[in-house]
Design a protein around this ligand. Structure first.
Ligand SMILES: [Zn+2]
Length: 259
């Protein structure tokens, strides 16, 4: 079986130590989707990969790819954009990790999705720029965009069952049915989600860019939005899609709740 050389822009999603000096790197590539590759010698002091294999960095990668093999070989990796500076808060850093984890868990190797690549690149750099009160909204926006790029955009303006416009004070949301439900169809079929939360998500879904200027501030009742979006993505991602980075954030949020 001949091997192919792939040269592509990619974002580093995950790295893991392999043996004494190598790393197993998971990349999300603009040209070919998720790619797992062995970077031999990456942890040697004078490695040719240098700082290019840090989490969330954007790189130009050259890989030797063999279709019969699960693990490919990373031949070269040049830094294009350093990882965004998220050191200003643990929350920003955790959302950045969660975005990488989400792309890792919701994709399979070799499926090209340039839209998803753009979403990931957008949220990582957006997280370094938005105001503190916009951070979680930006992550929700990313979740909605990622769901759409993966082919399961939730319906947020009309009842998913009867197509009535969602205007009443009470509404429901169902991950399995794929969106909002009205007060007639909702009971027994979804979880309660305040109309304000649903409208807010619909506004986010309609945004065209990750810009700080366009992003609205999150409403007060964040918990139910958090749960609805997370449940939606985990449902569609299947059994391996539990997002551990979000477990960590949920723990922080619980700790921050007033007694
Ligand atoms: Zn309905």
């Amino acid at each position: 079986m001949p091997r192919t050389i792939v040269k592509t822009h990619a974002i580093v999603l995950h790295t893991m130590r392999m043996g004494e000096t190598s790393s197993l790197v998971t990349l999300y590539a603009q040209e070919c989707g998720k790619l797992k590759a062995m970077a031999r010698g990456a942890r040697k002091p004078k490695s040719r990969f240098g700082a290019a294999l840090g989490l969330m960095t954007e790189v130009q990668a050259v890989c030797y790819v063999k279709e019969t093999r699960d693990l490919q070989t990373l031949s070269e990796c040049t830094l294009l954009k350093p990882a965004p500076d998220l050191s200003q808060s643990l929350e920003r850093l955790s959302f950045g990790s969660a975005a990488c984890e989400l792309v890792d868990r919701l994709t399979i190797e070799g499926e090209n999705n340039p839209r998803l690549y753009q979403c990931l690149s957008g949220v990582l750099h957006g997280l370094a720029e938005v105001e503190p009160e916009q951070v979680e909204s930006l992550f929700w926006y990313f979740q909605l965009r990622a769901a759409a790029a993966l082919g399961y955009r939730p319906e947020l303006r009309q009842c998913i069952t009867c197509q009535r416009e969602l205007v009443g004070p009470s509404s429901w949301f169902s991950a399995a049915l794929g969106g909002g439900l009205c007060s007639v169809c909702g009971p027994g079929n979804g979880v309660r989600l305040a109309q304000r939360s649903l409208r807010f998500l619909a506004v986010l879904q309609g945004l065209r860019t990750y810009s700080k200027e366009a992003l609205p501030q999150a409403p007060a009742q964040r918990g139910e939005i958090r749960m609805a979006l997370r449940g939606f993505l985990e449902y569609h991602g299947g059994e391996h899609s539990r997002l551990r980075s979000l477990d960590f954030l949920d723990g922080l949020n619980r700790a921050a709740l007033p007694a």
